[in-house]
Design a protein. Structure first.
Length: 242
């Protein structure tokens, strides 16, 4: 008899994240946006990278200088950044094989919608890219739907426990602060995701760069995007890259 395990990921929302972020989402049964925590400036929350003719370049959403805020409290007070970002995206990828397939969606995001907050924008993009373009069926939740108590690791453990997690999946950098014993005492196993082994795909402007926004992969390979995020592992017998 196969026992179903509830796999949970808890992660701050990022701006048009890279493929590894969506790899984590695909692994989870429940993905919880963790946006009621401290906002960190010059992080992935409000920026990401695209390939341009002059190399890898940043798209950064202006977020102000106030660091005494949670991610969900970061407001977007103007739309000038959106026009600039869409112009750069369009100029960089308009000749990509699958740009036109996604053009209307992203044009509406950048030019046809007024975003009130960074969290609202990030979550909308992540949810819709996941479901519409990647076929991911993971359930999305927000940490504000729970009443997690405590600070830092205590709060995270309380959150995944309330989400009835059997397995908590985390990115590899969290090995520096995750105490697996404390999770096990709460009845939750910990699994660290590996981002190694991603195959290269046709990409503009060599050399190849993995650490760019999901937009790069979508525009270049279109419906084959899931293969280059997780599908390739079916052909790879090495469990260390799972």
């Amino acid at each position: 008899m196969v026992v179903s395990m509830n796999k949970v990921v808890v992660l701050q929302s990022n701006y048009i994240p890279w493929k590894g972020y969506f790899d984590l989402i695909h692994d989870a049964d429940v993905f919880i946006f963790y946006d009621d925590v401290q906002y960190t400036k010059n992080d992935w929350r409000n920026r990401n990278r695209i390939k341009r003719s002059n190399g890898v370049d940043w798209l950064t959403i202006p977020s102000g200088t106030n660091l005494n805020r949670k991610i969900c409290e970061v407001t977007l007070n103007d739309s000038d950044w959106a026009i600039r970002h869409w112009t750069l995206i369009r100029d960089s990828y308009s000749k990509a094989p699958h740009f036109n397939k996604y053009k209307d969606f992203f044009e509406h995001v950048y030019l046809g919608t007024k975003w009130r907050s960074l969290s609202e924008l990030n979550q909308f993009l992540i949810k819709n890219i996941s479901s519409l373009f990647l076929g991911i069926t993971t359930v999305f939740k927000d940490s504000r739907e729970y009443s997690a108590a405590g600070q830092k690791l205590d709060r995270l453990i309380d959150l995944v426990t309330q989400a009835k997690a059997d397995v908590y999946i985390s990115g590899p950098s969290a090995k520096n602060y995750i105490d697996e014993i404390r999770f096990r005492k709460a009845g939750v196993a910990v699994k660290f995701k590996s981002y190694s082994g991603y195959p290269e795909y046709p990409q503009f402007y060599p050399p190849f760069e993995h650490a760019v926004s999901i937009l790069d992969l979508l525009f270049q390979v279109g419906p084959d995007t899931p293969y280059f995020i997780w599908g390739w592992r079916q052909d790879n017998p090495d469990p260390s890259v799972a």
